[in-house]
Ligand binder design. Structure first.
Ligand code: PRP
Length: 186
C-alpha cells in the first residue's frame, strides 16, 4: 500500500538536497582549515544533528574525534531552557578543542545550557557549528562560529529536523505546512 507522502506536507522547500550538500562541503573545508594542527573533538547533541554530523565529518579531510550526548527538556519546562543530560559524553574533554555540532539553534536555550556544562569541564576551546540558525527566535544571547544557513521563522523539517519524530529522513530542508503542526489554525 502506498503510504501518505511526506513531501505533500511541505509548504515549500527551503534548501534542496544539492544546496545542503554543497553548503556542508564548504563548512567542512572551512572548519578543517581553521583548526590548523589542532585536532577538533566533535560533540553532537542527539538526535537531530545526526545527518549533519555524518556529512560534516566526512567533509573534514583531517584527523578528528567524536563523542555524542543527549539532553531532554524537563516536561512542562521547555521554555526555561533547563535540560537534563540523558546520555553523557564517554570521554573527558579536558584540554581538547571541542566543536559542538548542532542541527539548529532556535531559542538557544538548549545550547546555552550545554555550553555551561562543557565550560565546567576545562576544554582548551569550544566552538559551535550549526547547520541552521533562526536568530529571530533567540531567547538568550548565543552565536555559532559556523552557520550553514540562516532561516526565517518557518517550521523547518528534514535533514535530521523533526516534527513529532517525523520527517528526519528527508534529504532536503522543507517548511512544514501550518495545518500539519497547528491543525486548529485558520
Ligand atoms: C532541537 C535541536 C536543538 C534544539 C534547538 O532538539 O536539535 O538541540 O532543539 O532549540 P532551542 O535553541 O530552542 O533550544 P530537540 O529537542 O527537538 O531534539 P532532537 O534533536 O532529538 O530533535
Amino acid at each position: 500500500m502506498q503510504s501518505h507522502s511526506m513531501h505533500d506536507d511541505m509548504e515549500r522547500v527551503l534548501f534542496t538536497h544539492e544546496q545542503v550538500q554543497q553548503r556542508v562541503k564548504e563548512l567542512g573545508a572551512e572548519i578543517a582549515r581553521d583548526y590548523g594542527d589542532k585536532d577538533p573533538h566533535l560533540i553532537t547533541i542527539l538526535k537531530g544533528s545526526i545527518p549533519f554530523l555524518a556529512d560534516l565529518m566526512r567533509a573534514m579531510d583531517r584527523p578528528l574525534s567524536l563523542d555524542v550526548m543527549a539532553v531532554a527538556s524537563y516536561a512542562g519546562h521547555q521554555s526555561s531552557g533547563e535540560v537534563r543530560v540523558t546520555k553523557d559524553l564517554d570521554e573527558s574533554i579536558e584540554g581538547r578543542h571541542v566543536l559542538v555540532v548542532e542541527d539548529i539553534i532556535d531559542t538557544g536555550l538548549t545550547l546555552a545550557y550545554v555550553m555551561r556544562i562543557l565550560a565546567n569541564r576545562a576544554p582548551a576551546s569550544v566552538r559551535i557549528a550549526t547547520f541552521l540558525d533562526k536568530p529571530s527566535r533567540r531567547a538568550t544571547p548565543i552565536e555559532a562560529d559556523y552557520v550553514g544557513f540562516t532561516i526565517p521563522n518557518a517550521f523547518a523539517v528534514g535533514y535530521g529536523l523533526d516534527w513529532n519524530q517525523r520527517y528526519r529522513n528527508l534529504p532536503y530542508i522543507g517548511a512544514l505546512k501550518r495545518e500539519i503542526y497547528d491543525p486548529g489554525a485558520g
